[in-house]
Design a protein around this ligand. Sequence first.
Ligand code: SF4
Ligand code: SF4
Length: 432
Amino acid sequence: MSLDMFCYQCSQTVGGKGCTRMGVCGKNPLVARLQDNLVIATRGMSAYLYHARELGYTDPETAEFLEKVLYSTFTNVNFDAESFIEMALEAGRLNVKTMKLLKQALIDTYGEPEPAQVSTGTVKGRGIVVTGHGLKALDELLRQTEGTGINIYTHSELLPAHGYPRLRKYPHLVGNLGKSWTDQKELFSRYPVAILGTSNCVLIPQPEYRSRMFTTGPARLPGVTHIEGYDYKPVIDLAMTLPELPEEPGDTVLTTGFSASTVLGLKDKLKELIAAGKIRHFFLVGGCDSPHRRLGYYREFVEQLPKDTIVLTLGCAKFRFNDLDLGDIDGVPRLIDLGQCNDSIVAVEIALALADTFGVGVNELPLTLVLAWMEQKAIAIFWSLLSLGIKGIYLGPVLPAWVNDDILKVLQDNYDVKLIGEPKEDIEKMLA
Ligand code: SF4
Ligand code: SF4
């Protein structure tokens, strides 16, 4: 049985269990769902603010907004559905500001990313695998392992670290292992390495590797040692006791690290190629990976795209297809990895600059966004895109569960949001 709403935050709640049809306080299901959406979106935004703060950057306007959001969802404060839609758009706007802040913090600290080739095999020697989004944690670990002989591998959303000049300068940052967060249990069981989980997405560990795993930052796991701050001596000490990995080259070499400057440096060339009919369309295909059976869509979609199209990507959904060799169009790569999910801001900057170059609005560009969502950062990004007036987004694998018919109507009528269908038919519609 599906619930119209669920709220159990005050003592009036039905039967002491939860209001599921209508709030005893008078809160209706639409308001309840919009409150849930707003809290979910701001959770995503606070993750980006957290990482910016780690590097010494923060924003009082965003912090003030977070207080307002949480207060507005108290019992008997705000029963106005319209105001929760306005706050969701404001959350989107402030998430754009927060992603910009984080990007600036990262560029100031580690340099602007440059395209980098990343190997996917193992190098002979002891290793530590770092997963999550924590570039600061990775940087500290790289510093602390210099000269120890330990090799550092990135996993999942830390792949883009290889593009940052002040991180890739470390010769013992040797490659990326595995794919998205979803393969942790198999991957971490297979390799006898120490593991550092720096943020989401970490999974409850298997017994095989629990004692080899550590968390830091916001991540915590049962039975796993947590390290407050950035002193990773326990991780390094453990790594020194573990067996060496063999020299085993991977099947593919991945390319990451495209910054706004790199892509916009190709602006004139892109203009020429579009005018010559050699580039027909751009797609932003990315977001969150998940084990959902519908995630296979994103690989099929990219595989079936015509050769006169370019794919920009970000987030961990790219691991569904970033091993594909899509080739290039007159030297412009057909697969351009912009980085982590927060690098959506890079995609936005590129889209706005291209719209400016062509003298059109962003919705008139030959560009379609095909996004996968799994968790709260993706929802923050979704509202950021809506707050920028971007229309016609294809969303998958399923609609967020807080979207009821009323909310879907708002999203469709105002933003032409669509749910992914089948790759072939979707591509035909997008290119029509
Ligand atoms: S705030 Fe309203 S909807 Fe929520 S538990 Fe209390 S009475 Fe129910
Ligand atoms: S992109 Fe989303 S799903 Fe993927 S690791 Fe980051 S937070 Fe998790």
